[in-house]
Design a protein around this ligand. Structure first.
Ligand code: TMP
Ligand code: ZN
Length: 398
């Protein structure tokens, strides 16, 4: 099911230091029905490279287990739509894409957005078979959706069919990939000197500053620094051209890459980010004590609110699985989790077997409090659930 990873994925260093250990945990998105067998457990431990400041998990879970049937769908929330707009504006400062590829295109939401903004042809690559049926209008002439992991075959196929790719986007997928060297080689295969590559990842500085331990799960093989990306790109055909910071998902960066044969120089942002970026063993030590404090505080709060009160969760995100298992909660403490995703409803949270119900359960079952596991959408969720609050319900925000 998994194998050990002992060398730094970015620079090759084999002398890595353990910085955070969540024990042996279930796969965070492995929501199952009562009669489905779970995929199992694997160690969840972060190792730090002092050479390039990359942090990565000590193991790699077989991607076929995680991604063939993948319940995560890009949120159709207002928060996400606003983010797409900002990302699009940043891309347009660099190029006016006519043909683009999205790696990890999920259910096609961002590609659809790009089509609405004037891109003529989009090519999506995603291995999740269950999402293929939800991709809208896939027969149309302006899109090409490939159900596969992004490998050399796929890259060559795209390059042969579409020789002029203006833009490659990879949103929240790069840190899910084990073999970065092959990924960069495959980018070489489908690019030309003017191709812009935009890679969006959660930024490790934001994760450390916010003690966001709940973003550590088996899909996230890496906790990305810009220095680590620079180390990876050394001696490749690409370099960092620009960096933009966003507040989506608890803090993310978009690293814009250009080929070394691109005509223009990198922007000053790259140098500035590298100068300001300091990620050390001490940063991880502080993170560990902050995260442990958050876990104790959550346990105390939820335990203090029990009988006759009832507590539920809001948002069956992967983050919710990490929180629940880190706190050791079961249905005794968290009666159910509300979630708007039909694919998750009727299933159970991995490890704890807490049932997942539609959002309407918040009013129908009248819990006294709801732990906001989808804290990255908290403003929107609070706005949407005023009736729960008006009736005396409380959101507990991690
Ligand atoms: P994510 O942070 O991994 O995208 O997960 C957020 C989860 O929260 C996802 O399963 C959808 C759910 N959600 C709701 O149930 N209601 C909402 O209003 C929003 C914004 C998200
Ligand atoms: Zn390294």
């Amino acid at each position: 099911m998994y194998r050990q990873k002992t060398n730094c994925r970015a620079c090759g260093n084999s002398n890595l230091t353990e910085v955070y250990d969540l024990g042996v945990q279930p796969l965070a998105n492995n929501f199952c029905t009562a009669d489905q067998e779970s995929a199992g457990h694997a160690p969840l431990k972060v190792m730090f490279c002092q050479e390039c400041t990359n942090a990565q998990l000590s193991v790699v879970v077989d991607p076929n287990i995680i991604y063939r049937n993948y319940p995560y769908v890009t949120s159709k929330s207002e928060t996400m739509r606003i983010h797409f707009g900002k990302l699009w504006d940043e891309i347009c400062k660099e190029c006016k894409p006519k043909t683009m590829v999205e790696i990890g295109s999920n259910d096609g939401l961002f590609l659809e957005y790009c089509l609405s903004r004037g891109v003529n042809r989009v090519i999506g690559v995603d291995p999740a078979q269950n999402l293929q049926s939800t991709v809208r209008c896939k027969e149309e002439m302006d899109r090409d959706l490939i159900c596969s992991l992004f490998d050399a075959n796929v890259a060559s196929y795209i390059a042969a069919k579409h020789p002029a790719i203006d833009l490659v986007v990879a949103r929240h997928v790069f840190c899910h990939i084990d073999d970065w060297e092959s990924f960069i080689c495959n980018l070489e295969l489908l690019s030309n000197p003017d191709t812009l590559v935009a890679i969006e990842v959660p930024y490790v500085k934001d994760m450390l500053n916010g003690f966001e331990f709940d973003t550590i799960y088996h899909e996230h093989l890496n906790y990305m620094s810009i220095r680590a990306m620079a180390a990876l790109l050394k001696d490749t055909m690409f370099h960092l051209h620009d960096i933009v910071r966003f507040d989506i998902h608890g803090g993310a960066i978009v690293m814009m890459l250009r080929r070394n044969d691109y005509s223009e120089s990198p922007l000053l942002s790259v140098e500035r980010f590298l100068e300001l970026e300091s990620v050390t063993l001490d940063s991880w030590k502080e993170f560990k004590s902050g995260a442990n404090f958050k876990i104790s505080a959550m346990k105390e709060m939820v335990n203090s609110l029990q009988d006759p009160n009832t507590v539920c969760g809001f948002g069956a995100s992967a983050k919710s699985t990490v929180w629940i298992n880190a706190c050791g909660f079961s249905v005794k403490q968290i009666k159910f989790i509300c979630d708007c995703t039909p694919e998750k409803q009727g299933k159970f949270s991995p490890g704890s077997n807490i049932p997942i119900l539609p959002e309407s359960a918040l009013l129908d079952l009248k819990p006294d409090a709801a732990v906001m596991f989808a804290w990255n959408f908290k403003d929107e969720i609070i706005k949407k659930n005023q009736e729960f609050i008006n009736r005396g319900g409380r959101f507990l925000i991690p």
